[in-house]
Design a protein around this ligand. Sequence first.
Ligand SMILES: N[C@H](CCC[C@H](N)C(=O)O)C(=O)O
Length: 276
Amino acid sequence: MRLRFTKMQGLGNDFAVFDAISQTIDPDPGWIRRLADRRFGIGCDQVLLVEPPRLPDTDFHYRIFNADGSEVEQCGNGARCFARFVRDQGMTDKDAIPVGTAAGAIRLHLEPNGQVRVDMGVPILEPARIPFVADQQASSYALALDDEALTIGAVSMGNPHAVLQVEDVDTAPVARLGPRIEIHPRFPQRVNVGFMQILDSRHIRLRVFERGAGETLACGTGACAAVVSGRVRGRLEDRVQVKLPGGGLVIEWDGPGKTLWMTGPAESVFHGEIDR
Ligand SMILES: N[C@H](CCC[C@H](N)C(=O)O)C(=O)O
């Protein structure tokens, strides 16, 4: 069976996007891994499916699969590409698109300047809901890692994030610590690992070692989680420019219990077909 897809990217975090409404797609992990392979497949960090709505008051369901084949709850850069895709494919003519995910409903806003602004919902800080094993909720946690004692923030944007503050992202031990924290036993669903350098209360630099994909050029939910962690630790304001290796995002968050907004680009790279 021949399947149509669009290769898309948000700040270099790249995706293969499929219309799974007009096409029948069974996303088994082995096929996802093959699609994501940069030599034997299309090559991408995540595979995104556009499905019929499942939640009330939503127009579509948005499914996300990491390059390792794992299905996950949320993807911020992918959400912006999702909005661009459904408009470009003529699947909607709305500028504000309500979409369901495994983490609940989000709202995608196509802006006149071509950027996409996403209501990412309310960040989750309760350890049990991240999930993260901790006696009580805190703005930071001690994490023992073999012979190292780390301090992390723990946040869920629907998907789990650990956030470490570092002096300089360029020299941060992403390759050494990322894979080890990703599978730390206190994160029973594994975890995305952010390395945040705070420049001032409104500007950070960030690198992310993603669960199920490795270090990516950008991670939208990682940017959200880093700002949440920095803010609850009293180091960031309510509107932060996040500079990732692939480019910049704007994150707005008024504090615990409030909705978080992420704004950034989303682009199509090429259209293709692939045999299943
Ligand atoms: N690796 C993530 C999913 C993709 C998130 C990222 N690409 C984003 O833009 O938020 C996870 O396992 O939760």
